[in-house]
Design a protein around this ligand. Structure first.
Ligand code: ADP
Ligand code: MG
Length: 790
């Protein structure tokens, strides 16, 4: 057993919850009175990691419900502090579920009894997520509007279970919960957690910090709500071109009417986190400071509307008209609240004079008393002849009459003084008269504090009725905040309005990677990215450090920006709307995860190949790098051929296997491009310029020289290379894998014995030694080969 001071309990609770515990708060519910031996106590709330709303500084986090249907996992997210609920489905694969859960900051997962916790245990342990089992799905009927629009019973049940858990632990009716928003794969661009990480959308890979991420670069929002809105967009970009064009129009208008934009920005600076304030009001832990913030936020609404309307834009007008500035409520808050508010609602001093008559009367008693005390001091001085006599008050001893030590002999019995406290240089006394007055004072003070408390609850309940309106306003403020932020970004980063195409063509002139550009000292070299409707795959070669990865990522970031409604970093940009985005960064580039074995690389590749459509964008950066050269090259080629034949997604594929550039002769929808570099003696100069065709060589030795390896070593490696190139011979090929590069030597061998090679290849394979993915690839290749022979 241990104890902590009551007033610092929050810190300790937060620490326990952080450590993955749940904390039950038990409170005394009645006053202990005379003759009463037992007082009622009850658990008033259970604080759990997913439902903790006390820590205002904490990052936005969710509690998630996970359920099952025949083919899907059902996931529900709830943000208890803002009241947002999201519902979605993912395919019934553990990796898909974990991928989905790791896109959001989940602190706790609620599941039913039948859920196999073991499947996700490794993940939840690793991430420190608490899994709570909660059987009941019963909830109050007042909540039915939150989920009854969801199309399947499974989805409804998942929301119900989560709500039931929240109700059971929080023990209060939460009025700020919003109708569950259904997130459909068909409405947003899907990216898995790896892609989000690799593209450094919210955090950087190396230091895992916000600084240096795309979000960091764009986040010129003025409110916490706007920041969250932007984050949500970045995680789930849109697919609807007409919505996106409306957003571009909005940015155009703000860019043009920059004074209006600045005005809107200034007003937004006065807006507090309404979503969280509303959450606290609903939760019952709002204080005077919260209402003051609400008052200030409401005060800007009329001007905000006016400025929005002045943009003379259909959508801006629509938003303006959807704002309800709640003038009556604002006026009442103005009348009620003092401009300074205490931390708690139990200490009074919240309400202005003239707001409530009863309160004013109680306060008058208090005022009178002060006058009376002054008089008392004067009278007692005269009576006793002690000039330095004082009447004072302290928290522990209450009211007293203080007489300096030297004068104590002047106090006679007939004065009616009783000694109360002895100080070093004074004595303190009390009289019957003063004691009586003390009682009056304290009780009037107690009454006025109680009165203020009651008034506060009344006011709070009045605001509760307006929660849906406040939430609607909050949403509009957040969205406009994002628009002004994106408009500011477009100015600062020199962005251009993209054109969304119906056809599968990409034509981006002078494209840039905004984040690399921002953090780099040297000027960034812009490059065109072009793919016509007859090109699906760009095969990118070039030396290490030349800019292959940067080039690929800048296309992905451009697509994401375009699909959240932002302008993009280029001189001009035409691109289609992508339904999904896949990235796989070759194992040795994947610095952080550590877990990135070759297997993970293949799993990611498989995920992309299984799910991509012809409307998707795939970035494969040096895939196959995690295994031996010939394995890697073979797989890379097979993957390219597969995408070419079966998927038709727009694909950027960078590789250090120069041999792959020959594929251009066989695959009509593939084009070689390369990043230029120039030999300078032993070393190399990077131009970072992307041009058509294949790279001349891989310049590996030049890069090594740049890294200042010993001169003699560099010389020796150049000699070896020259010898190898003279022979036209590469190190021995293992027979079984030779098959994979058949496509390139096909022509010469057409005549001979059509099936011999295939038979030889099968013979040379050892299934016991092959990884499943290798076996699958080999089988696929064999069939392909067989088809070609026929
Ligand atoms: P690769 O993938 O070819 O090894 P990266 O894309 O990782 O090369 O780029 C290496 C470095 O080169 C980057 O960190 C950046 O500093 C610089 N760089 C890349 N592209 C450009 C560019 N277009 N303009 C200027 N510098 C660039
Ligand atoms: Mg790279």
């Amino acid at each position: 057993m241990c104890g902590v001071p009551h007033h610092s309990s929050e810190t300790y609770i937060a620490r326990l919850v952080d450590a993955g515990y749940k904390v039950a708060i038990c409170e005394q519910l009645e006053e202990s009175g005379k003759g009463k031996t037992l007082v009622k106590r009850e658990v008033t709330r259970v604080v759990t990691p997913g439902t903790n709303v006390d820590d205002a500084a904490a990052e936005e986090h969710y509690i998630a419900g996970v359920g099952l249907s025949e083919y899907f996992y059902i996931v529900t997210y709830l943000n208890v502090s803002t009241g947002d609920i999201y519902s979605l489905k993912v395919p019934k694969e553990t990796s898909a579920l974990i991928g989905e859960l790791s896109t959001s900051n989940v602190k706790e997962i609620v599941v039913g009894h039948s859920f196999e916790e073991d499947y996700i245990k490794h993940y939840t342990d690793h991430e420190g997520i608490l899994v709570s089992i909660h059987a009941s799905t019963d909830i109050d009927a007042v909540f039915s509007h939150l989920y009854e629009h969801l199309p399947t019973p499974h989805e409804q049940k998942c929301v119900r279970r989560l709500l039931s858990y929240v109700e059971k632990t929080q023990k209060r009716t939460l009025l700020h919960l919003k109708k569950a928003e259904r997130i459909e794969a068909t409405q947003t661009m899907r990216m898995d957690a790896n892609t989000i990480r690799h593209l450094e959308i919210l955090r950087t890979m190396i230091k895992d910090q916000e600084r240096g991420s795309l979000f960091w670069l764009l986040n010129h929002t003025k409110t916490a709500m706007g920041g969250r809105f932007l984050k949500r967009q970045l995680l789930r970009p849109l697919l609807n071109a007409s919505v996106l064009n409306t957003r571009y129009d909005f940015l155009d208008a703000l860019n043009k009417e920059f004074i209006t934009k600045d005005e809107l920005g200034e007003l937004l600076k006065n807006v507090y986190d309404l979503e969280r304030i509303v959450g606290r009001i609903s939760y019952g832990n709002a204080n005077g400071k919260d209402l003051l913030r609400l008052r200030k936020s409401l005060s800007v609404l009329p001007d905000f509307r006016r400025h929005l309307q002045s943009l003379e834009l259909e959508y801006a007008t629509f938003l303006a008209e959807s704002i309800d500035s709640l003038a009556d409520l604002h006026q009442e808050l103005e009348k009620a609240l003092k401009d300074e508010q205490p931390m708690t609602i139990r200490e009074g001093n919240m309400f202005k004079e003239g707001f409530d008559e009863t309160l004013d009367e109680l306060r008058v008693v208090h005022l009178d008393v002060n006058e009376w005390l002054k008089n008392l001091e004067k009278e007692e001085r005269e009576k006793t002849g002690v000039k330095k006599l004082k009447v004072g008050y302290n928290r522990v001893f209450g009211y007293y009459i203080e007489v300096p030590k030297g004068q104590v002999r002047n106090i006679k019995d007939e004065h009616g003084y009783t000694r109360k406290q002895t100080l070093v240089n004074a004595e303190r006394y009390i009289t019957e008269e003063l004691k009586e007055k003390e009682r009056i004072i304290l009780s009037s003070e107690e009454k006025s504090v109680q009165r203020e408390y009651d008034l506060f609850i009344e006011l709070r309940d009045k605001i509760r009725d307006k929660i849906p309106i406040l939430q609607k306003n909050a949403e509009i403020l957040a969205e406009v905040d994002m628009f002004t932020a994106l408009s500011t970004a477009s100015e600062k980063l020199d962005l251009v309005r993209p054109v969304l195409t119906e056809e599968p063509v990409i034509d981006i002139r002078d494209s840039r990677h905004v984040v690399v550009e921002k953090v780099m000292e040297d000027p960034f070299v812009p490059n065109d990215i072009r793919m016509d409707d007859k090109t699906d795959i760009l095969l990118i070669t070039g030396p290490n450090m030349s800019g292959k990865s940067t080039y690929m990522r800048q296309l992905a970031l451009t697509a994401i920006l375009a699909q959240i409604g932002s302008f993009v970093p280029a001189r001009s940009a035409r691109l289609p709307v992508f339904d999904q985005l896949f990235t796989r960064i070759g194992a040795s580039d994947d610095l952080i995860s550590g877990k990135s074995t070759f297997m993970v690389e293949m799993l990611d590749a498989n995920h992309a190949l299984q799910n991509a459509t012809e409307k998707s964008l795939i970035l494969f950066d040096e895939i196959g790098r995690g295994t031996s050269t010939y394995d890697g090259m073979a797989l890379a080629q097979a993957i390219i051929e597969y995408i070419h034949a079966k998927i038709g997604a727009k694909t950027l594929f960078s590789t250090h296997y120069h041999e792959l550039t020959d594929l251009e002769d066989h695959l009509p929808r593939l084009q070689n491009i390369h990043v230029t570099a120039e030999e300078e003696g032993d070393t190399i100069k990077f131009h970072h310029k992307v041009e058509p065709g294949r790279a001349k060589s891989s310049y590996g030795i030049n890069v090594a020289a740049l890294a200042k390896l010993p001169k003699s070593l560099i010389k020796r490696s150049s000699d070896i290379l020259a010898a190898l190139e003279d022979d036209g011979k590469k190190p021995g090929l293992p027979g079984g894998h030779d098959l994979f590069s058949l496509a390139t030597v096909e022509a010469e061998e057409e005549e001979a014995h059509p099936y011999d090679e295939i038979i030889a290849a099968i013979e040379s394979m050892d299934p016991d030694e092959m990884k499943p993915i290798d076996a699958l690839m080999a089988l696929y290749k064999l069939k392909e080969e067989l088809k070609n022979r026929k």
